[in-house]
Structure formats: structure tokens, C-alpha cells
Design a protein around this ligand. Structure first.
Ligand code: HEM
Length: 125
């Protein structure tokens, strides 16, 4: 499969994961059926991100640079958010804010690693 295919799966995983994270707002209410969907979205999103992330890494032939290691650690943190929110360690809305911050850093790394982690200036056409 091509890197582009993995990239599409990566973005689909991202959408699922963050739809699930938004669903943390159901915690603390009597929302049992919805909580199940939140867990499914969160878990499926994480799985898709992991598989496609390592798929791209393999296709790109880049080995294990530090930014990949950081992304895996951020991925683990995103994975633990559901448990922290469910157990009340983090208030649901704080868990969402932490998730957004981690998501931003992960996306920034994924989008800018080719440019030395900076945003390239527009090229005049
Ligand atoms: C185990 C976890 C992960 C691995 C191994 C991984 C790996 C990668 C790799 C290798 C790329 C480069 C694609 C390219 O330049 O062609 C990438 C891009 C990207 N990643 Fe990840 N990633 C992981 C988790 C995440 C997470 C948790 C997020 C966001 C929440 C994320 C968001 C992105 C985005 C937005 C891109 C840019 C895609 C593009 O170029 O259009 N990744 N990732």
C-alpha cells in the first residue's frame, strides 16, 4: 500500500479519536449507551493512527528518528486520556483540552518534520 493510502487512514483515525475525545463530556452523566460509542471511537481512532503511522514510517524508510519516538509517547498519552477522564482524575473538559494540545503537537510534528519543524514560507508561483 502507498504512503498516501496510509496518510488517509491516519487522518480518518485522527477524526475518530477526536470525535471520541469530544464524547468525554458524557462522563459524569447517565449516558451509558453513548459512553460505549465514545470508547469505540477513541479505541478505533488510536488503532488506525498507530497502524497507519508505522505504515508511513516503513514506506518512508526513515527508521526511528526522535520525532517518531515522541509521537509514539504522545499517542500513549492520548490513549490514557479516556481512563483519566472516566475515573475523574481529569475533569472531562480538561481532558479534552489536554487532548487538543497533544493532538496539535502531534499534527505539527507530522506536518513539519520535512521542513526542520518550521512552517515553510509560501513559494511565489
Ligand atoms: C504511534 C503514533 C504515530 C506515528 C508512528 C505517526 C507517524 C507519522 C508519520 C511517519 C508521518 C509522516 C507522513 C509523511 O510525511 O508523509 C505522520 C504524519 C502526520 N501525523 Fe502522525 N503518527 C502517529 C500519531 C499521530 C497522532 C496521535 C496524531 C494527531 C493526533 C498524528 C497526526 C499526524 C498528521 C496531521 C500528519 C501529517 C499528515 C500529512 O502529511 O498530511 N499522528 N505521522
Amino acid at each position: 500500500m502507498s504512503p498516501e493510502f496510509y496518510k488517509i487512514i491516519h487522518v480518518i483515525g485522527l477524526i475518530c479519536l477526536f470525535t471520541g475525545i469530544g464524547g468525554f463530556l458524557t462522563y459524569g452523566n447517565d449516558q451509558q449507551p453513548r459512553m460505549k460509542m465514545v470508547a469505540i471511537l477513541h479505541g478505533a481512532g488510536l488503532l488506525l493512527l498507530l497502524i497507519s503511522g508505522f505504515g508511513m514510517q516503513a514506506k518512508l524508510g526513515i527508521g526511528f528518528p526522535i520525532w517518531i519516538v515522541i509521537k509514539v509517547m504522545l499517542w500513549v498519552s492520548l490513549g490514557s486520556l479516556l481512563m483519566l477522564a472516566k475515573r475523574g482524575v481529569l475533569a472531562p473538559r480538561n481532558a479534552i483540552l489536554v487532548g487538543l494540545l497533544i493532538g496539535f503537537v502531534s499534527a505539527y510534528i507530522g506536518l513539519t518534520w520535512k521542513y526542520g519543524f518550521s512552517i515553510p514560507a509560501a513559494i511565489a508561483g
